[in-house]
Design a protein around this ligand. Sequence first.
Ligand code: SAH
Length: 213
Amino acid sequence: MKDDFKHKGMRKKLVETLIKKGIADESVLDAINSVPRHLFMDSGFVSHAYVDKAFPIAADQTISQPYTVARQTELLEVKKGDKILEIGTGSGYQTAVLLEMGAVVYSIERQNELFKKTKLFLPKIGYRPKKLIFGDGYQGYEEEAPYDGIIVTAGAPSVPKVLLSQLAIGGRLVIPVGRSLQIMTVYMRKGPKEFDKKEYGEYRFVPLLEDKN
Ligand code: SAH
């Protein structure tokens, strides 16, 4: 699995595109500049890896658009050592971006095929999440709560209350909320029962599905 000067050059261009689109957080841009996105797609699609587009992966799912990954990561305000829960592991690309930023990452995926594939793949290219979980992200992951951040990478028809309850005080939940179109929404936990909510524009995600395993 190669990551040569050509890929690095394409990645640099992608980062420039993201800056033009408004991504400003240097640590996010550095992470995008470091993660070899082409390795997260089936070979033969390298030319698609560094354009700012979502792309199909296995099991009818998609690897999120780089801008979306960058924006969600920026809104999560990740600091080194933060404990982060990701809902929707998918290809593992977002997971790798979080790991590049020094986060301790737990990630849940409900599609067994993707879960197995990504669990094998990430360590092969040097990314070691704390734990990949096969299960329903609607329930979060109580065992390791509370989290400094929770990031949902599929469109949620509504906000699962249990995710809010698994945030540390000061923690942030970044979640696209809506059915056919989603509003990127950030909840910041200010106290045991106090949350600040902010909205950040429209996105289109594959749906967050209720557990059907
Ligand atoms: N973060 C991924 C994005 C994948 S798309 C990446 O960077 O590639 C969203 C993912 O969420 C899909 O893999 C889908 O199977 C998963 N998903 C949908 N509903 C889920 C749920 N209830 N629990 C866990 N994962 C879910």
